[in-house]
Structures are given as structure tokens and as C-alpha cells.
Design a protein around this ligand. Structure first.
Ligand code: ATP
Length: 295
């Protein structure tokens, strides 16, 4: 089932245009929505999840007209918001059983099968007897996924799930999403380029409420082949280099020099070396180009 968004816009009462004429089509698989804080990711996701209305535009998912038939979309939707509520002192197993009852799974044995299945997918089976309130951040996020899987959603929206997770928990979480994303449409927002690189077969870069680029990680890095250059400079030279070159990023070396990455169609000067393009380069170029168009 395809999600199709057409001419979608939203301006909040305070005048902030959080969604600015977004047009995009998203198919089955893992879709990464990448953008800095305030880019409009949550606004777009809440709108797709029917939690807020846009000013204009349309959204369809398969044959569901999302904005006109919210209930039909909600039946096939699993949504994990950026901040989740406080959980009662109940074990994961008991809480999932309770949610399954609310979702209309009537017999105890059906619930047991379902709850076991979602606990296994999210790697929480071994800790199913522990109180969710005492779970770590990563475990709570995985519990959020377990909960949304109860009604076998076709469209899963996960808003910045890895923010604040330590590397091991982040890794576990991404593995869970990877598994979930094989037969449904999963839209996942993040400001961490690495998340998208590890997980997504398709991605969009969003800023200022606009889609700056819609691509695949492989295609986007291949496009930059032969166009990314590096050089080691003294840190005091950064400002003057910035005036001459399109610097995408600069990283400190241990000796206090900087490694700069420059975007240029041809070798900028004889002391630059060609570098293998990375997804970070794609991201920084899109943001820079977006700024100059938006200015
Ligand atoms: N309810 C609201 N009322 C007014 N302005 C809002 C509201 N929600 C978000 N905004 C503003 O809209 C813009 C987009 O915010 P949004 O939360 O959608 O971005 P985001 O990419 O999810 O950022 P973050 O990662 O910080 O959550 C920001 O400038 C934000 O301050």
C-alpha cells in the first residue's frame, strides 16, 4: 500500500509554516525522514497519523482518504510519538494483554499467542515479567513498538525513536524496526544520519517544512562520486577557507588540526584529496542548498 501526500501545508497560529507544500509518495519498507530540530518532522508525522489537520492538501494510503476517513486510517496505523506517556506499575506481559483486550482480542489464548509474538519480535520476551515503568529508555521504546504491533498495522510511524538512546540500545531498537519494516510501510524520523544509513531503503531530507531531497542512501552518495574533497588545515584557517570553499563539515584531529570536507565539481586546489562520499555529505549539501533557496 502506498502513502501519497499531495500539496500538504500547515501554518501554526504563531505564524510558523511547519509543513510547506509537501509532495511525496512512500511505498512498503523503511522510509527515513531526516532533518534537524524544528524541521517539521513531527508536524508531518502527526498529520499523517490524523492527530492534527493540515490547512490544505491531501493524503491517501491505499484506497483510504486519510483526511476524510480518519477512522479507517487509524485501524491500520501504528504510531509511536516522540514522548510516550507514563506507564503503570504492570509487567509488559500484563499490560500488553490489557491493550490486546482493548483492541478487541476476546479469547485469552488468542491474546497469549499475540502477546508472545510481539514480545519476541521486540526482544522483550525475557523481561516480560518486569514492570514497564522500570524499563530503560530503549526497552520502553521497544515496548512502544510491541504495543503498536498488536493490531498488525500496515502503516507504522515512529517519531525520533533513537533520540536519547545509548549506542547498544539504539542498535537493538534499529534491529527491531528492521524486522518490522519488511512487510509494512514504516516512516521513521530522525536527526541522526547514521540511523538512516543503517536502516532505510528510501529517505527524504526535510527542513523548513519542505522536502529538500527524496532519494535512496545509495543513489544519493553515488551522485556525489568525484565531488567530495578533503584537506587537513590549521584550525585558525577555517574562516578563510570557508570564504573560498563550500565546506560541508570539519572534524578535529588529535593534533588540533581540522579535517575539512568540501563539495566541488572539480578538485578545488592541488592539495585537496578526493574522498568517498558519505550520507552526511548528502545531508549537509541538501540543507545548504535548501537554505540558499529559502533565503
Ligand atoms: N503546536 C505548535 N504550535 C506552534 N508552533 C509549533 C507547534 N508545533 C511545532 N511548532 C513549530 O513548528 C516547527 C516544526 O516543528 P516540529 O516539531 O514539527 O519539528 P521537528 O522536525 O519534529 O523538530 P524536533 O526534532 O525538534 O521535534 C518548529 O518551528 C516548531 O517550533
Amino acid at each position: 500500500m502506498k502513502l501519497i501526500i499531495k500539496d500538504l501545508s500547515k501554518t501554526y497560529g504563531n505564524g510558523v509554516k511547519a509543513i510547506d507544500n509537501v509532495n511525496i509518495e512512500i511505498g512498503v519498507g523503511m522510509f527515513g525522514l531526516l532533518g534537524p530540530n524544528g524541521a517539521g518532522k513531527s508536524s508531518l508525522m502527526r498529520t499523517i497519523a490524523t492527530l492534527q489537520s493540515p490547512d490544505s492538501g491531501s493524503i491517501s494510503f491505499g484506497d483510504i482518504n486519510v483526511l476524510e476517513d480518519k477512522m479507517s486510517l487509524r485501524k491500520v496505523l501504528g504510531y509511536l510519538p516522540q514522548t510516550f506517556g507514563v506507564y503503570p506499575k504492570m509487567s509488559a506481559e500484563a499490560l500488553l494483554d490489557y491493550f490486546a483486550t482493548l483492541k478487541g482480542v476476546k479469547t485469552k489464548s488468542d491474546r497469549q499467542t499475540l502477546v508472545k509474538e510481539v514480545l519476541e519480535i521486540t526482544n522483550l520476551y525475557d523481561v516480560r515479567k518486569k514492570n514497564v515503568a522500570g524499563y530503560s529508555g530503549g526497552m520502553k521504546q521497544r515496548f512502544g513498538i510491541a504495543q503498536l504491533l498488536l493490531n498488525n498495522p500496515k502503516l507504522i510511524i515512529v517519531d525520533e525513536p533513537t533520540a536519547g538512546l545509548d549506542p547498544a540500545e539504539r542498535h537493538r531498537f534499529l534491529n527491531v524496526l528492521r524486522e518490522v519494516g519488511t512487510n509494512s510501510t514504516v516512516i521513521f524520523s530522525t536527526h541522526i544520519v547514521e540511523d538512516v544509513k543503517e536502516l532505510c531503503n528510501e529517505m527524504a531530507i526535510l527542513n523548513g517544512g519542505r522536502i529538500l531531497k527524496h532519494t535512496t542512501p545509495m543513489e544519493a552518495t553515488a551522485e556525489l562520486d568525484g565531488k567530495i574533497w578533503t584537506k587537513v588545515i590549521e584550525r585558525d584557517d577555517l574562516e578563510s577557507m570557508e570564504a573560498s570553499y563550500n565546506i560541508l563539515s570539519s572534524n578535529y584531529n588529535q593534533d588540533n588540526t581540522l579535517n575539512i570536507r568540501v563539495h566541488a565539481l572539480e578538485k578545488p586546489a592541488s592539495d585537496f584529496e578526493n574522498a568517498k562520499p558519505q550520507l552526511d555529505d548528502v545531508y549537509f549539501i541538501a540543507l545548504k542548498e535548501g537554505e540558499s533557496v529559502g533565503a
